[in-house]
Design a protein around this ligand. Structure first.
Ligand code: NAI
Length: 463
């Protein structure tokens, strides 16, 4: 097959950056091609956000079943089948992947399945199952995502040492699991496995888990995770993994050398931009720390070449990639737009959930800036009490004028609740602004209203 089709814009990569950008570009009337070597939806849908949340939902249900007596309900003979938990996850993923394929079709985006190589400006060569196809485009958006980062220690290639991609293919639960990396991915899998009865040990190199999250909240989460029986070793470096009867993970912790025997090791030590298929040097594309360098309009140093999502490093989150895709599409269509990173919410699906937006208390302390803090616990909220889910708090940080600069929530529905505070940070609202808005009763959102009230006065429902 030797054909060359021309499009106004080509997206290389169909993850939440590429496919959302493609939809927006098509909506703006451009002719669009999307090139994807795997399934549309990228890491988020196929190997990240969605499969993990499906698994965590099964884990939540299992945890809740253990405490039905508290609600006056007796349940007998309960059990779970991990292979069916995994199969349900696949079903959720497939439904969403098909949905996105349908959306792209209705939007008249041409999707080419195959591995695209970007070697010449304005031209991409695609290896498809039917042969090589070349396309040209006026503008090209690189949306190639990221891949799990490897760590240079002996034993990482042993069977049973797996990445966050491979762990999603497992169908049998191991008896024990060592998670290397106490970041977002590590803790979400640790939570899921621990809930299903696996003995989990988390080994984190830095002095605390989740290094970018509010320190006070991380301390509380660490205690809660330990209470579930999870072993957490921070400030520790993994020296090697070797094959004994089981796998043996050797960890240096202070002056001590520990050896942990385990069936599985999950490496969750971060992700790195995936620039495969892009001839960085030949094209003269600028990179910094292995990521493509872009401006506020998501343009690289080459005219008509844009880059978005994990490929540009920075905040590697699906919703950031999607917004960057929209900005690139709109800029290509001639709109005056600019990417704005002022209020980016993020959520960590541990139990309890954690969600954050804006600046943290430790960052303000480091900068030597003055600030106000207000906290409100879920234990003083009627809805949380009725639901039997009272662990955690809302913590809001404001400047001296009361303008909300950041917030962290740990507790039920934190991932959804954070959106109200995201609006506050984005729009520069004060605590008083939020407290003056009527919040529905009885809802978890009242905790935000109370914490907001506490920035200028005392929360009403707090002694
Ligand atoms: P991460 O950067 O969040 O955490 C990696 C952790 O591994 C860090 O705490 C780091 O100090 C530690 N580490 C690095 N090398 C180590 C070593 N040799 N030994 C022990 N610890 C070591 O990266 P993670 O969790 O892999 O996630 C990758 C990306 O995916 C992040 O940008 C994250 O935001 C995103 N993501 C977001 C999710 C969400 O929003 N819910 C879910 C999953 C991933």
């Amino acid at each position: 097959m030797e054909t060359t089709r021309h499009f106004q814009v080509a997206f290389l990569g169909g993850g939440p950056g590429g496919y959302v950008g493609a939809l927006r570009a098509a909506e703006l009337g451009l002719s669009v091609v999307l090139i994807e070597s795997g399934q549309v939806g990228g890491t988020c849908l196929n190997r990240g956000c969605i499969p993990t949340k499906s698994l965590l939902r099964s884990a939540d249900l299992w945890r809740e079943i253990q405490k039905t007596e508290e609600f006056g309900i007796s349940v007998e003979h309960v059990s779970f089948d991990f292979s069916r938990v995994m199969a349900r996850k696949d079903q959720v993923v497939n439904t969403l992947v098909n949905g996105i394929a349908q959306l792209l079709k209705s939007a008249k985006v041409t999707v080419i399945e195959g591995f695209g190589e970007f070697k010449n400006a304005n031209q991409i060569e695609i290896r498809t199952s039917k042969g090589v196809e070349t396309i040209t485009a006026d503008d090209i958006v690189l949306a190639t995502g990221s891949v799990p980062a490897r760590i240079p220690i002996p034993g990482v290639d042993l069977p049973g040492v797996i990445s966050s991609d491979q762990v999603l293919q497992e169908t049998i639960l191991p008896k024990n699991l060592v998670v290397i990396g106490g970041g977002v991915i590590g803790l979400e899998f640790a939570t899921m496995y621990q809930t299903f009865g696996v003995k989990v040990t988390v080994v984190e190199m830095l002095p605390t888990l989740l290094p970018n999250v509010d320190e006070e909240i991380v301390r509380r989460l660490t205690l809660l995770l330990k209470r579930t029986g999870m072993d957490i070793i921070t400030g520790a470096s993994v020296k090697e993994i070797r094959q004994g009867e089981k796998l043996v993970v050797q960890v240096e912790h202070g002056h001590e050398i520990k050896e942990i025997s385990t069936e599985r090791v999950l490496i969750a030590t971060g992700r790195k931009p995936n620039l495969q298929g892009i001839d960085i040097e030949g094209l003269g594309l600028r990179t910094e720390r292995r990521a493509l360098v872009v401006n506020d309009q998501m343009q690289t140093n080459l005219p008509h070449v844009y880059a978005i999502g994990d490929a540009v490093g920075g905040i590697m989150l699906a919703h950031v990639a999607s917004k960057e895709g929209i900005v690139a599409a709109e800029h290509i269509a001639g709109h005056q737009v600019k990417m704005n990173y002022k209020a980016i919410p993020s959520a960590i699906f541990t139990h309890p959930e954690i969600a954050t937006v804006g600046i943290t208390e430790q960052e303000l302390k480091l900068k030597g800036l003055k600030y106000k803090v207000s906290k409100f616990p879920f234990s003083a909220n009627g809805k949380a009490m009725a639901a039997g889910d009272t662990v955690g708090l809302v913590k809001i940080i404001a400047d001296e004028q009361g303008i909300i600069m950041g917030a962290t929530i740990m507790g039920p529905q934190a991932s959804s609740l954070i959106q109200e505070l995201t609006i506050a940070v984005e729009k520069g609202l004060t605590g008083e602004d939020l407290a003056n808005i009527v919040h529905a009763h009885p809802t978890l959102t009242e905790t935000i209203m109370e914490a907001a009230h506490g920035l200028s006065a005392k929360p009403l429902h707090r002694a």
